[in-house]
Every structure is written in structure tokens, then in C-alpha cells.
Design a protein around this ligand. Structure first.
Ligand code: WTA
Length: 640
């Protein structure tokens, strides 16, 4: 585990400030978070900081606030009214610049549109949109009127969209005629049409004109946004909601085929995001921040919409991909806007690293001050490349560990408090208020250097409120493996200096190019193809995406394997879930390796998929004997 000494170390060293704050936060969390919460604007202060009825935490009970008010109203009362909120950059280089004042106006009008269509407090609104300013605008418009938004990543297929709509029972959906992906229109309205035929709860849709293509509009059901805006009021009062009124539902993958609707609160979520954003990114009034995530994932919710806007930060919102139309697109945007804080994924870094330093050198990146990484582990090689070539050996890298469930960053360096010496590949230390630990199978803390499960031992304000309409699954997924501890599903290790290193998932959740996807979801999609009788999914290491997918499939009797069938199944999975779930390989086999109790030996699948020996892979999950595993491994290897 290499250690880098950073030039700014002397300025921040020693890191007493961090330790003092961390210890104080855990000694008396309620007074710690009480102080943090007072930094936001509340219509009414809370009666109780924390009501902890395990596993349900309710923060700032009785307090009233409005999330949209934190993001726009409170800024327009100050000089920030004329400050840039969003520099939007399209794939092809068009830009739109929104000040806090124009954002405020747009949000109010959108809120009026929603109200005029009959949306009110507690109603659910689905947003299926590309990365355009109307995505944050519509999220804020929902929270302004107390409606609950559910953003569905625009890379999901009609079926995946419909499954989520049916679970939320959203009554209104917002989409575009089409978005752009690598210069080509991605026809979202067409996908919506198919999804709605499977989702009866949707009564109306709002369609935003983005690509200018012809789309089918059903009279009385589909409305163009520009028509509705013409009749919208310029001001809609922000609805004060109780702190534990849900702000949003966001679906993420778990260990069953059904995605989990993670529910976040308003008060706790906003307080946590406000604090963590300051600590991690050292955000300043003059910062220009850019997070490259898609708003369809939690990173976009917290680190593009709520945290930066609550701070009144100026940020870049980019529509496209890192290498289109050219491989220097990211570096070009950093130079164009003088970005000071750049937050991206290890997959993007590894992909851009392939093109060498030339595309980077064409640009002046001297504005950068802090770099960030999120979504998956960053390997030391990519870390060092990022540090040296993008950060010019000047900028700390904040490697941020968190999850959809945690609402915000949990373990990361915190230059906003004080920068600890960094180690490439380590997420360093937990944020104040986060009681992170690593435990063994019996729930006991493991000694330094020993692998265990990452857990959080006390509630924090950004913690999910639950799973939409499934309290039992909430209890089982997070609170039953180790009673009284939040189970993250990740393996981790602490080194002798106390630094945390995340080692990947311990459950059946995969991270493909930083996207979270469940093994069983993909298996369900594969077996829904008429030729497939049984399927099991494993991942193998991928030099760019971190992990890639391999499917082991048993075909129905009488069906013979062929390259055409292989292609057809891939296409079927794309259609059922979306491009993120397309496997790299499909192996047709006769039998799956299973234990006597009928459980698939995933360790064997992973070993065969990644061409490793079974012994190389983690043993914690194992319930079969060594002999059984070996035999199954040999058999499967012969087959593929
Ligand atoms: C993984 C993304 C290593 C981890 C914000 C976690 C990471 C899952 C890191 C959550 C990191 C996230 N280093 N692994 N810095 N950040 N992960 O819900 O496995 O999409 O459990 O949230 O991503 O994924 P999710």
C-alpha cells in the first residue's frame, strides 16, 4: 500500500482538527447534529433531534422546512441572486447559463405547471430525463410543492422503467422527446409510451422538447412543457413539510430481482448533505464545481442537485459522455469554465488514461484545486495518474465511499476540515458523525489488516428512512446480519494507520462501470428469453469498467447454442434492463455448480469467469466444502 506525501501536507498537518471533531461528534451526536442543522433555514425548529426506534431513525422531528427553499429561495435574498448556479454544457458544446435568479424563476414556473396538472403534497412524480437543466429544475419543483420525485436513469429500458413506476405508483411522468447519446437521438418518449402501457398509475406526462423530433402525443394525457409554461404562475409558495416528509424515492439494486425504492427524508437528508459537502470538497463561494455523474443515480441527487445548490455553489452540468465528440471533452470543459473541484468515477479515469497525456496537455487545468472519485474502488495506478496528470500533483483526491442508502458521502478525506495524508486507493477516514467499523462474521471488530464487513454502528441524518412499502425488506437487508448495526454489503479492511480500504461487495450486487446492478435482476432478464432455462451471472475484473459481466446459461431442451443466439440474448437483456446490463460473455453450459442445498456456488462462477483459481477468491461467503468447490470448479472449467 503505497503512501504519497503531498506538498500541502505541512499546511494541514497534524490532523488534530479532524480527530477532535470526529470524536466530539460520536460522543454527543445529538448536540453535534443540532448545531449542523441550524445552518439551514427552517420554518420551524425541531422538538427532538433524533427519535431512534431501531431500525427506524427520524431526525429533527417536528421541524419544518422545504428542500427547494434551501436550494434557491435563500440565495435569491442575497447577492447570490446573480451568481451562476448552473453552467450547462451540451454534448456538442452549446451552453446555457442559469443564475440563481433564473433557476428560481424556472423552478417556480415548473412548480406551477405541476400544480395546474393536479400534483400536490405527497404525490409521486417520475422523472425520466437526460442531463438537461430541466432535470434539476423538475426535482426542485417537486420538492417545492411537497411532491416526492423518483428519477429513473434514462439508460433504463421500458420494462425497467415500468417496474419502477409500478412500485412507486407515480401519477405523472416528465420526459423529453429525445435526448442525445454520442450524437444520436435517444428516443425517450417512445420508450415511455411502451412503459406506460405497462404502468396504469401514470395519468399524465409532461414532454420537454430537447431534440425537436416528431413524437406521438396523446391528447388529454401528454402535454408539451412549453405549452404549459405559457399558462404558469411566476411564484408558487414553498410548502413547509415536516422534516421526515419523504423528499424522494430512488431505486437501487439489491440481492433479489426486484429493485429497492430507497426513501430519503427532507430534513436529515438536507442537513447531512450540507455538512458533508463542506467537509469533503472544501466548497468556497468562488469554487466552480463539476460532478460528472448522471442525476439518475444517487451521486447526481446529492452531489449535483441538493448539496451544491443548498450551498449556493456554481457548478457545471454536462449532458454527454467523457470521450464524445473527442477524448479531451472533459479537459476541454474544465478549461472552459475554470473548474476548481472535479468529481468523477474511476471508470472514466481509467478510460481516459488509455489515451495518454497528450489530450490532457492540450488544456490548461491549473484552475483545479480538489479532485474526487466515487462509485467504485480506484486502483492506485489510476489514482496516481489522476493525481499527477489532472491534478498537477497539487490537488488532494477525495476518494468518497457511500451508497444510495447513505444519502451522502460517509468515508472520505475531508480537506474542508483538514486534509489527512492520502494513500492511493484508500478512502481514509469516516466523516464526523459516522460510526463506521469493520466486523467479522460474529459482529466483533476485526483487528487491523483483517478483512471484514463494513458496518455503521449508529444512525446518521442522511440515512435512508426505509424501502418504499417494504419495511420488512428494509429490516432484513440492512439490520439483521448484525443486530443494531447498518450492514453496508461491502467488504473492507483497515490498515495499521487506521485507514479504510474498500474491497468490493460481499453480496450479490455488482458494480459495472460504477453502476449498481443486481446479479438476480440480470439472471431474471436472461431466463425471460424463451431459449434460456437457467442462468447465473458472475463478474470478472475489467481494466476499464472495474468489473464486467459473464453469464452462464443453460438452454432449454432442444435448443442448440449458436453465436446468433448469444447475440439475441444480449439484445434481450438490453431491452429488458438497459445497456448497463449487457454481458461481455455468455457461456452455454449443461449444469450449474450448486451446493447440496441448491445454492449456486458463486465463488466457482467468479473463478471460472475471471480465469482465476478458486483459492484466489474470497472465502467469507463459502458454505460448501473445499472438495465440493474444487470439483465443481473443474467441471465448469472443462465446459466453457
Ligand atoms: C461502491 C454510489 C469503493 C460500494 C455512491 C458501495 C465504492 C456501492 C466507493 C454503492 C469507493 C461507492 N470505493 N467502492 N469510493 N463508492 N462504492 O448505491 O460497493 O450506486 O456499496 O452509490 O458502490 O453504490 P451506489
Amino acid at each position: 500500500m503505497a503512501e504519497v506525501s503531498l506538498p500541502f501536507e505541512s499546511k494541514y498537518w497534524p490532523y488534530k482538527k479532524y480527530s477532535e471533531m470526529y470524536n466530539r461528534s460520536l460522543r454527543d451526536p445529538e448536540s453535534f447534529w443540532d448545531k449542523e442543522a441550524r445552518k439551514l433555514d427552517w420554518f420551524k425548529t425541531w422538538d427532538t433531534v433524533l427519535d431512534w426506534q431501531p431500525p427506524f431513525a427520524r431526525w429533527f422531528v417536528g421541524g419544518k422546512l422545504n428542500a427547494c427553499y434551501q436550494c434557491v429561495d435563500r440565495h435569491i435574498k442575497t447577492w447570490r441572486r446573480s451568481k451562476v448556479a448552473i453552467y450547462w454544457e451540451s454534448e456538442l458544446g452549446e451552453s446555457r447559463i442559469l443564475s440563481y435568479s433564473t433557476l428560481y424563476r424556472a423552478v417556480n414556473k415548473f412548480a406551477s405547471v405541476l400544480k395546474n396538472l393536479g400534483v400536490g403534497k405527497g404525490d409521486k412524480v417520475a422523472l425520466y430525463l437526460p442531463m438537461i437543466p430541466e432535470l434539476p429544475i423538475s426535482m426542485l419543483a417537486c420538492s417545492r410543492i411537497g411532491a416526492i420525485h423518483t428519477v429513473i436513469f434514462s439508460g433504463f429500458s421500458a420494462q425497467a422503467l415500468a417496474d419502477r413506476l409500478n412500485d412507486t405508483q407515480a401519477k405523472l411522468l416528465v420526459t423529453v422527446d429525445a435526448g442525445f447519446r454520442r450524437g444520436k437521438p435517444l428516443k425517450l418518449k417512445e420508450i415511455v409510451e411502451e412503459a406506460i402501457s405497462l404502468s396504469p398509475s401514470i395519468e399524465k406526462t409532461i414532454v420537454i422538447r430537447r431534440a425537436g423530433i416528431a413524437v406521438e402525443m396523446k391528447s388529454g394525457r401528454d402535454f408539451w412543457l412549453h405549452d404549459l409554461l405559457a399558462k404558469a404562475a411566476p411564484f408558487v409558495p414553498p410548502e413547509p413539510v415536516e422534516s421526515n416528509h419523504p423528499l424522494y424515492i430512488l431505486y437501487t439494486s439489491g440481492t433479489t430481482g426486484k429493485p429497492k425504492g430507497i426513501v430519503h427524508s427532507t430534513g436529515g437528508y438536507c442537513v447531512f448533505n450540507h455538512s458533508m459537502y463542506q467537509w469533503v470538497f472544501d466548497i468556497k463561494e468562488e469554487s466552480v464545481y463539476w460532478c460528472t455523474a448522471d442525476v439518475g443515480w444517487v451521486t447526481g441527487h446529492s452531489s449535483i442537485v441538493y448539496a451544491p445548490l443548498i450551498h449556493g455553489a456554481a457548478q457545471v452540468l454536462y449532458e454527454g459522455t467523457p470521450d464524445y465528440p473527442a477524448v479531451d471533452r472533459y479537459w476541454d470543459i474544465i478549461e472552459k469554465y475554470g473548474v476548481t473541484i472535479f468529481y468523477t468515477s474511476p471508470t472514466a479515469i481509467r478510460m481516459l488514461m488509455r489515451y495518454g497525456e497528450e489530450p490532457v496537455k492540450k488544456h490548461d487545468l491549473s484552475s483545479l484545486e480538489v479532485l474526487g472519485s466515487v462509485g467504485e474502488a480506484i486502483n492506485p495506478e489510476a489514482w496516481l495518474w489522476y493525481y499527477k496528470n489532472i491534478g498537477g500533483e497539487r490537488c488532494p483526491i477525495v476518494d468518497t465511499w457511500w451508497q444510495t442508502e447513505t444519502g451522502g458521502i460517509m468515508i472520505s478525506p475531508t480537506p474542508g476540515i483538514e486534509c489527512v495524508p492520502l494513500k492511493p486507493g484508500s478512502v481514509t477516514f469516516p466523516l464526523p458523525g459516522i460510526a463506521a467499523d469493520i466486523v467479522g462474521e460474529g459482529g466483533q471488530p476485526v483487528p487491523p489488516g483483517e478483512k471484514g464487513y463494513l458496518v455503521i454502528k449508529a444512525p446518521w441524518p442522511g440515512m435512508l428512512m426505509g424501502i418504499h412499502q417494504d419495511p420488512q425488506r428494509y429490516q432484513e437487508s440492512y439490520w439483521s446480519k448484525f443486530p443494531g448495526m447498518f450492514y453496508t454489503g461491502d467488504y473492507a479492511i483497515r490498515d495499521n494507520d487506521g485507514y479504510f480500504w474498500i474491497l468490493g461487495r460481499a453480496d450479490e450486487v455488482l458494480k459495472i462501470a460504477g453502476h449498481r446492478i443486481g446479479t438476480i435482476e440480470i439472471e431474471d432478464a436472461a431466463v425471460s428469453h424463451p431459449a434460456v432455462a437457467e442462468a447465473a451471472v458472475a463478474s470478472k475484473p475489467d481494466p476499464i469498467k472495474g468489473q464486467s459481466l459473464v453469464i452462464f446459461a443453460i438452454l432449454k431442451q432442444g435448443v442448440s447454442p449458436s453465436p446468433e443466439l448469444n447475440k439475441e440474448i444480449k439484445e434481450h437483456i438490453r431491452h429488458t434492463i438497459g445497456p448497463v446490463a449487457i454481458p461481455d460473455e455468455i457461456y452455454f453450459i449443461a449444469k450449474l455448480p450448486k451446493t447440496r442445498s441448491g445454492k449456486i456456488m458463486r465463488r466457482v462462477l467468479r473463478a471460472v469467469a475471471s480465469d482465476a483459481s478458486v483459492g484466489d477468491l474470497s472465502t467469507l461467503e463459502d458454505e460448501a466444502s473445499v472438495e465440493e468447490v474444487k470439483r465443481a470448479y473443474e467441471e465448469l472449467k472443462r465446459e466453457v
